[in-house]
Design a binder for this molecule. Sequence first.
Ligand SMILES: NC(=O)c1ccc[n+]([C@@H]2O[C@H](COP(=O)([O-])OP(=O)(O)OC[C@H]3O[C@@H](n4cnc5c(N)ncnc54)[C@H](O)[C@@H]3O)[C@@H](O)[C@H]2O)c1
Length: 653
Amino acid sequence: MIAPQATETKHWSFHTDLEKIGWLTINTPGASVNTLSREAIMELETLVARFEDLASSGELVGVVILSGKDSGFIAGADVSEFDAMSDFSVLPEALRRTHALFARIEALKVPVVAGIHGFCLGGGLELALACHYRIAVNDDKTRIGFPEVNLGIFPGFGGTGRSIRQAGPVDAMQIMLTGKMLKAGAARGLNLVDKLVRHRDMLRWEGRKAVLQKRKASEASWSKKLMALPLVREAVANQMRKQAGKKARKEHFPAPYALIDLFEKHGDDWKAMIRGEVDAFVPLMGSPTATNLRRVFFLSEGLKKQSLKGAKFSRVHVIGAGVMGGDIAAWCAYRGMSVTLQDLDMERIKPALDRAKKLFGKRFKKKREVDAAMLRLTADPKGTGVSRADVIIEAVVEKLEVKQAIFSGLENKMKPGAIMATNTSSIELERIAEALKDPARLIGLHFFNPVAQLPLVEVIRSRFNTDEEIGKGASFALAIGKSPVVVKSAPGFLVNRVLMPYMLGAVERVERGESKELLDAAAVAFGMPMGPIELMDTVGLDVGKSVATELGHSVPAESRFARLIAEGKLGRKSGEGFYKWENGKAIKGEAPAHADLAGLGRELVKPLVDMTEVVVGEGVVASPELADIGVIMGTGFAPFLGGPMKARADGRA
Ligand SMILES: NC(=O)c1ccc[n+]([C@@H]2O[C@H](COP(=O)([O-])OP(=O)(O)OC[C@H]3O[C@@H](n4cnc5c(N)ncnc54)[C@H](O)[C@@H]3O)[C@@H](O)[C@H]2O)c1
């Protein structure tokens, strides 16, 4: 009997067992997730050459690829290497080399099986697709998909052709174009995965069976493949371009369009599609859009590093069950916290509970998950949750005396070390904290409306706070899946301060007779997710006016803005503001033609960018990078420009 084989490299470990099954485990050194770096790929080349030898001498009956990390299989290529690449002319060779490696895996005479748990994304999924069979753990943590489009590129390790081969053109393109991450069951439904198991422990057993039974995934059905036939394909590609156009313009986000072009050219020949990846991929990688999106990716990853070690939160008490408090409470319960929600009486809490139920119904598939979330959220008009809460968030009316009274009443009842936070939009933290024995305890956690949709939480630091309170606040925001940006207590903080001159500037132009439709279209052409007038209607004219006044902008009583408010035309929520609203949509007239829409947009956005510079200059946020990520997350500012400060530095805003 020949002794089992074993090899350790930096990223991989490999051994064969007595049944001659090869077990290949990836474990990226010094990282919590596995990535497919250049080095990992080069090591895999050597290993695959070994597999070829062993297979041809009958010493290997198959290979099972697993991950040694709890976080998952492989989270993708190593994005940091993209930026380190000073010369993109080396890229075609690197891509072709990986293509050749994956083709050799596919051509191995013995079955290669991927055992997937947790994240299996981008390059990780491309490797899995080059295996002959895929087994995935069917739990809440498994996520399978191609997020490349969010980085301004598309799959470049053969994922385009192989996903089409497995899932068929329509579903595969949909996954690549949206960057959506699938749960294991959905990936199985699309034939990207061949077998589901319940636990990670079962991957070895099923992997062994798959090897011994020489299992091989079946390709997409003929009926699915029909959609890639020449004439149909052209129509399908056009339809996809239309869909892509609804989300983003080609000049802002070229990747989806380049992928659709590639599909239109080669969609019925998966091997040609893979070969075609190289020429289409390389120009995208070096484009300003991809460079900026990578920067945004790293900045948002950086926000996650603010979490304090060992910070744990399970009970949240929210005071004020209005628009914000109700939705903050619902969000916290949705994210697994036990939440008590206080207001003056039950009547005022009830609508918040109804909204929470709607949110849970939308976000959870199973009734039992909705019921469990509802059980985590308790109406608490007497405030009995205060003494046990790890976090208390106040979101009552914007009145200093009311907030002061609430906090001074809380101070003796709260657990030592619990977070004490206000969601105030405009009152200086120091003034609220005046009423406290220990003013350092109070921080701001400024959420944005609608809470469930907007990822940013401004963690507001008063001059009394120490790093500890702020660190806890940021950790809590992360614990509920939000992105914390620390901002000094200053009027309007970051986001409202920069938005207001932009929105008011546009309102003034409308008052002077310019077309609101034109201005909104121009801002979108620049790259904003929504124009400033539609945004004002969405925020609510009353809310907009009060923030404007707090920030020292005047809103003359005779202005159309003030008149609309006086007439109760508050925007989307009342059915009419600058626009009439139906079913949550603004009814827009035709915008007049304009020769340079994006140029006009740039002019409109200028006050926002100017104000971001002021805010950075005043030290309200710690760095231009933080201002960029904060403004992108809080306003949707054109991410492909990298944020207002980056866009200004690049001469693009
Ligand atoms: N609306 C927004 O877009 C927005 C965004 C960010 C922050 N904020 C801030 O959030 C806070 C709440 O705003 P909102 O829009 O949710 O207001 P809201 O008027 O919808 O809700 C306020 C709630 O507080 C309750 N309340 C008043 N006094 C109370 C007390 N003593 N004890 C318990 N509950 C009490 C009221 O009954 C009401 O239900 C404000 O500080 C506001 O500045 C609002």
